[in-house]
Ligand binder design. Sequence first.
Ligand SMILES: [Zn+2]
Length: 422
Amino acid sequence: MAAAGSAPAQPAAGQSPGGLRAGFARADITPGQPVLLAGYASRKELSQGVHDPLSARVAVFAEGGRSVVLVSTDLIGYYGETSGSMRQAILEACGLEPEELFLTAIHTHGGPQLGHDPSRLPPSNVEYTRWLEGRLIETVGAARSRLAPAQVASGSGACPVGVNRREPVRDKDGKPSIVLGRNPLEPVDREVQVLRIAGADGSARAVLFAYPTHSTAMGPRNLRITGDVHGIAEQFLETYLGNGLIAAAFAGASGNIDPWFRVLPEFRAERGWVPEAVLLGTFLGEEAARVIERVPAGSADGPVRSVFRTLRLPGKPRNEEAAPADHPPTELNVTVGRVGEVAWVGLGGEIFNEIGSAIKAASPFRMTVVVTHCNGAAGYLPIAAAYPQGGYEVRSSPFAPGAAEQLVSEVARMLNEIRDGR
Ligand SMILES: [Zn+2]
């Protein structure tokens, strides 16, 4: 497989190696006016009010002249032209190397659609996208200006909020197919990975947590702005832990995972909030809080390293079942980093849960956090066994069978590279 990209960053000249430092910042990114919400093509009306606010949260880790910048945004993701432009704007304005930035989104379907094209989007969305770019640059800058000695502790829990959504059904002639529903028979990796970052005095300054599910509990009829499951979990943790602590969420390998509940058909919103998203978000946040209270003391050791590559994986046309023999490969951005003994794998697509488990199993690190919707939005990446079954993710995927296996082996190679200290 051909791979294009940059080599691991070298320490910048004039900077001496030192202990681990970290800095954090949070900014409100709730749209100030009605916008078109992203995620469901059926929804044509603009948003009507705010269920819960959206934020951008940034964690910067630095050691020995290298840094890793994790940006978590309560948005659906960076699709189309914003996939490259938003990232490029941050890299240039902040003077970062491509491998240093993990620009991610929690994949809420209750946030604004991003884009710069006024012929495709309402003016408020175009204006919001332009404003967001400046806001993210500012927030990354703020986090970098606050770098201070830090200790990282990690732990994991489990949470049953996510379920495999590929439900097998039969039509009246007995013909099988897969619909978007609930398939509790499929095993799912439900790990909640949690990092607690403390200052030199041992007091917590930030929590980072990853969990694999779509943030879609509010469903396609919702018109209120919301961070949905992940966003509500962040807000729960920040309220519960207090002290101005920042809790940033990351969507794990969730291409085929939905929240256990979506809104009931009646859409009971008259009491001011919608119970399903609040219930599931709080459930996830509670588990992260439980892990936080049990993690051992952290480590102040680096190293901090990262590598960015654009992989070329077997491709197929979107919305077709099979690929012609000469179909060109599909690109997927992969960013792999480490902060001490914790590895981060950022994938620019919606990868199936099983692929995340395979990456974790193949990793030489004690904890490997798989993050989707990171540095790109190539589309769904199913496992080989899903192709003969069909269904929404397989049909709309730009990847062909074999892509998952190549991805896992290439990510394992990248993890070993940064493990070996290059
Ligand atoms: Zn999705």
